[in-house]
Design a protein around this ligand. Structure first.
Ligand code: S3P
Length: 757
C-alpha cells in the first residue's frame, strides 16, 4: 500500500493507555519525525511513555501542551470525552491555526453529541474515528507498534467535515498500516454493538455468572480451552466498558434482544430434543465462522470477498497463450440449485456429489438453512441435505437474500408461494433490475399473492397460506426458470399444472423431480404434474457445467495448436446448443466416454484447434445455448466470415444486457459487428494465425459470463485486454483463473479501483 505522507508536525495524544500509546509507538516505528506529546492524568504513565521512547514529553494538564499542536488525538474512555473536550475548548486558540482533532472512541453518537454540546456544533476540523483494534490489556506499558497494522479504522465524517481534515486523519492511520473505512455514525454504532459490544457483554456475564456460582473460583480449575477462548475479553478494562455500554445503550439493547431470541430458540430446541433445529443452527454458525476465519487469514476467499465488497476485481489478459491439457470444470449450476431445493423438500437424506460451490448455489443453500433445513457441507463438492418434507420448511427470520442468482429467485418464488408462511426475496444490484413479472403473473393466476417493486422487479414479497390451483400455461418466452417455478408451485397446487414452452428449454427440474420419485409427464412441447405428492431423497451426482466448459471449448476452438479434454461434462440434450453451434462453425470437437449419471447424460469433451467459419445460428439452437452466447461471440470474432444470431432478445435481461455488453467489448477490440434488438452480426477476423483484433479495456458490467468471455478473447488479441468488475465470476465458476492459467492463458487478477488500470 502506498500511504499518503504524514504532514503533521506536532501530535498531541490525550490519554496514554494501550490505544494512545500504540499510536505513538506505531508512528515512531514508521519514522515519524515530528513531536509527539501526551496528556494523561497519571504522571507515571507519562514518565513511562518517555522512557519507552514513545513520546517527547507530556503533562497531566492539557493547557500547556496544546500550543502549536497540529493534530490532537483524544484517546480517553468514552465518558471522559465530555470533560476533555470542555477543557480543550477553553485552550484551543493556542493550537496551530489548522489544527485537526480526532478521537478513538468505541461509540460515535455519544461522542458526537458531546462535541455538539461543548463546541455548539460539530467543528469542521473534528473527525470522529475508531480504530478496530485493542486487547484486554491496558496501560502504556502494553503499547504495541503493530496494533493497527492490517486492522480497520472507521472514520465517521458528516457532511460538514472539512475534507482536508478528513484526509489528514486518514493519513495518520494509514501511516500505522491500518485500513481506513468511512461510515455514518449510526451505522458504526449498530455494527460495533453487534461485533464488539455484545461479545464483551457476554464474556463479562458468563465469567461473572460462573464465578458467583462458585465463590471459591474452584470451577475455573476445570475450565478448558473453550472457556478460555470464549472469555479472554472478560479481562478487559471495566471502566472503559462501562462507558461504552452507557454510551451505546440503544444499539446494544437491540443486539441483545436479537441474541436473547436466538438463545431462546436454542433453549426450546434442547428442551424438545429437536436435533434438526440444533444442527441447523450449529451448521449455519459453523459455516459462518469458517467464512470469517478465511477472512481473517486473508485466504483467497478474503481477496474475493473484499473485491466483491468493492466490486473491483480486474483481469489482465496477456495476448497469446495456448490451450492444452485435461481439466474438470465445476459442477452444473442449474442442477446444484435444484439438488438443494428438492433435497430440502424430500423425505430422507439427499447426498449430493459434485455440487457447485459458487456464490449462486451457495445462496440457495443458505436460504434453506434459514428456513430450518439442516445441510452439511459443502466440502469438496459434497453436500448432505436433511430433507424436511413438503411441508417442513420454517419461516425464515428475515428476507432471503439470493445475491446474483436469477435462478434461485425465480425457482424460489414458485416454491415459496406454496408455503404456509410469508417470505421476502431480495438480491444484489444486478438481480434487482431483472424482471420477475414473468413468474409473478402466472403464480398469481394460480392463486398466489406476490408483491413486487415497480416494473415487476425484486424484492418479491410472497404471502404464505394461500391456496394454489393448478394452471394450464402457455409460456410467452422460452424460459426454464419460469417453467421450473410453475412446476414447483404445482407441487403445492390442487390439480394439474401444465406448462407449454415455445421452444425446448433445459429440463433438469422435470428429470430431477422424476429422480425424486415424483411423476412428471411430457408430451411434445408440454409438461405437467399433479400437486400433493411427496419427494423421496436419493443420491445426486452433479456433472460438470457445460456452460462453464464453454469458455474452454471456445478457447481451444480459436487457438492454433490447442488440444484439450474436458472431463465429465453434462450433455443433456437441452443444453448442448454450444456443441452443435461450434461443430457447425467447423470446430474439431468430439464426445468421448459418454454415459449416464443419475438421469443426466455426461461425456468427456475433446477439442482440438480447427479453423472456424461464420454461420447463421439456427433459431432452434438459441434456447439450448442461451448462456453460451457471450463466449460464442468470441468464437465468431475469430471465425472467417459473418456469424448471425437472431431470436435472442432474452440475452438483454440476463445478469447484464449481454447483447449490449458484448457489442461494447467487441467495439473496444475493433471487431466489426452490427447490433440488433434480438441478435447481432459479427464479422470474424478470420486469420488462421496471429491476432484477430486489438486489445483494450472492457467493462464486464459485473456479469460473470462477459468477464470470462473477454478473458478467453485474449488468446487471439494483439495487445493486453483489461477487464473490469470481474468478482462475480465467483457466482458460477470459482477457480476460473487457476484453470485458465493451467491450460495456458496469460491471465492475472488484480484489485482494481476505478480508472487506474
Ligand atoms: C436456468 C435457466 C436459464 C439460464 C440460467 C439458468 C435454469 O434462464 O439462463 O442461467 O437453471 O433454469 P431462463 O429460464 O431465464 O432462460
Amino acid at each position: 500500500m502506498v500511504n499518503r505522507p504524514l504532514s503533521e508536525t506536532r501530535i498531541l495524544i490525550v490519554g496514554l493507555g494501550l490505544i494512545g500509546g500504540s499510536l505513538a509507538a506505531a508512528l515512531r516505528a514508521v519514522g515519524f519525525r515530528g513531536t509527539i506529546l501526551s496528556c494523561d492524568p497519571d504522571a507515571t504513565e507519562i514518565t513511562r511513555g518517555i522512557e519507552m521512547g514513545l513520546i517527547d514529553g507530556g503533562d497531566t494538564q492539557l493547557a500547556p501542551l496544546v500550543e502549536g499542536a497540529s493534530m490532537i488525538v483524544l484517546a480517553v474512555p468514552v465518558l471522559a470525552m465530555q470533560s476533555v473536550m470542555t477543557e480543550l475548548a477553553g485552550v484551543l486558540d493556542r493550537a496551530a491555526s489548522n489544527v485537526v482533532i480526532t478521537d478513538v472512541g468505541s461509540t460515535k453518537a455519544a461522542i458526537r453529541d458531546c462535541a455538539v454540546a461543548v463546541f455548539g456544533g460539530l467543528p469542521a476540523n473534528l473527525v470522529l474515528g475508531h480504530p478496530i483494534a485493542g486487547s484486554e490489556k491496558s496501560g502504556v506499558a502494553t503499547a504495541n507498534p503493530r496494533l493497527y497494522a492490517h486492522h480497520k479504522v472507521i472514520l465517521t465524517p458528516d457532511a460538514d467535515t472539512d475534507p482536508a481534515a478528513l484526509a489528514r486523519v486518514r493519513a495518520l492511520w494509514e501511516a500505522c498500516d491500518a485500513e481506513v473505512l468511512e461510515m455514518d455514525v449510526a451505522r458504526h454504532d449498530q455494527v460495533l454493538a453487534r461485533t464488539s459490544h455484545l461479545p464483551h457483554l457476554l464474556a463479562f456475564s458468563l465469567v461473572d455468572t460462573l464465578a458467583r456460582q462458585d465463590q471459591r473460583l474452584d470451577i475455573f480449575r476445570y475450565a478448558a480451552g473453550g472457556f478460555r477462548d470464549f472469555t479472554r475479553i472478560a479481562g478487559s478494562d471495566p471502566v472503559m466498558w462501562r462507558d461504552i455500554f452507557i454510551a451505546n445503550r440503544d444499539a446494544v439493547l437491540a443486539s441483545l434482544d436479537d441474541f436473547e431470541a436466538g438463545v431462546a430458540r436454542l433453549r426450546r430446541a434442547i428442551e424438545a430434543g429437536d436435533g434438526d433445529a440444533m444442527l441447523a443452527t450449529f451448521d449455519r454458525a459453523s459455516h459462518a465462522r469458517h467464512y470469517f476465519d478465511s477472512l481473517l487469514n486473508q485466504t483467497s476467499y478474503q481477496a474475493e470477498y473484499q473485491m466483491q465488497q468493492h466490486g473491483k476485481l480486474r483481469y489482465r489478459v496477456g495476448p497469446g497463450g495456448g490451450v492444452t491439457g485435461r481439466i474438470r470444470v465445476p459442477g452444473d449450476k442449474s442442477i446444484s440449485h435444484r439438488s438443494i431445493m428438492l433435497g430440502a423438500l424430500a423425505e430422507g437424506v439427499t447426498e449430493v456429489k459434485g455440487f457447485l460451490e459458487g456464490e449462486d448455489s451457495l445462496a440457495t443453500l443458505q436460504a434453506f438453512r434459514e428456513m430450518g433445513v439442516a445441510i452439511e457441507g459443502p466440502h469438496q463438492g459434497r453436500v448432505t441435505v436433511h430433507g424436511v418434507g413438503m411441508h417442513g420448511l420454517k419461516a425464515p427470520s428475515g428476507p432471503l437474500y439470493v445475491g446474483n442468482a436469477g435462478t434461485a429467485m425465480r425457482l424460489f418464488s414458485g416454491l415459496l408461494a406454496g408455503q404456509a408462511f410469508d417470505t421476502e426475496l431480495t438480491g444484489d444490484a444486478s438481480l434487482t433490475k431483472r424482471p420477475m413479472g414473468r413468474v409473478a403473473d402466472p403464480l398469481r393466476a394460480m392463486g398466489a399473492e406476490i408483491d413486487t417493486a415497480e416494473g415487476g422487479r425484486p424484492p418479491l414479497k410472497i404471502k404464505g397460506g394461500r391456496k394454489l390451483t393448478g394452471l394450464d400455461y402457455d409460456m410467452p418466452m422460452a424460459s426454464a426458470q419460469v417453467k421450473s417455478c410453475l412446476l414447483l408451485a404445482g407441487l403445492y397446487a390442487e390439480g394439474q399444472t401444465r406448462v407449454r414452452e415455445p421452444a425446448p428449454t433445459r429440463d433438469h427440474t422435470e428429470r430431477m423431480l422424476q429422480g425424486f420419485g415424483y411423476e412428471v409427464h411430457r408430451e411434445g412441447d408440454t409438461c405437467w404434474l399433479k400437486g400433493g405428492g411427496t419427494l423421496t431423497a436419493g443420491p445426486i451426482d452433479v456433472p460438470s457445467d457445460i456452460s462453464s466448459a464453454t469458455f474452454f471449448l471456445v478457447a481451444a476452438a480459436i487457438t492454433p495448436g490447442s488440444d484439450l479434454l474436458l472431463e465429465h461434462v453434462g450433455i443433456n440434450p437441452t443444453r448442448i446448443g454450444v456443441i452443435n453451434i461450434l461443430k457447425l462453425m467447423g470446430a474439431d470437437l468430439r464426445l468421448e466416454n459418454a454415459h449416464e449419471v443419475g438421469g443426466e447424460p455426461v461425456a468427456d469433451l475433446h477439442i482440438r484447434y480447427a479453423p472456424l467459419h461464420g454461420i447463421d445460428i439456427p433459431l432452434a439452437q438459441v434456447p439450448l445455448a442461451i448462456d453460451e452466447f457471450p463466449a460464442l461471440f468470441i468464437a465468431a470474432a475469430n471465425a472467417e466470415g459473418i456469424t448471425r444470431l437472431r431470436g435472442a432478445e432474452e440475452l438483454r435481461i440476463k445478469e447484464s444486457d449481454r447483447l449490449q455488453a458484448m457489442a461494447n467489448g467487441l467495439a473496444t477490440l475493433g471487431v466489426e459487428h452490427v447490433l440488433l434488438e434480438d441478435g447481432i452480426d459479427i464479422v470474424g477476423g478470420g486469420r488462421l494465425e496471429g491476432h484477430n483484433y486489438s486489445g483494450g479495456r472492457i467493462d464486464s458490467l459485473g456479469d460473470h459470463r462477459i468477464a470470462m468471455s473477454f478473458a478467453i478473447a485474449g488468446l487471439r488479441a494483439a495487445e493486453e485486454i483489461v477487464i473490469d468488475d470481474c468478482a462475480n465470476v465467483a457466482t458460477s465458476f470459482p477457480g476460473f483463473t487457476e484453470l485458465a492459467r493451467q491450460v495456458g492463458l496469460n491471465l492475472e487478477e488484480e484489485a482494481g479501483s476505478g480508472e487506474d488500470a
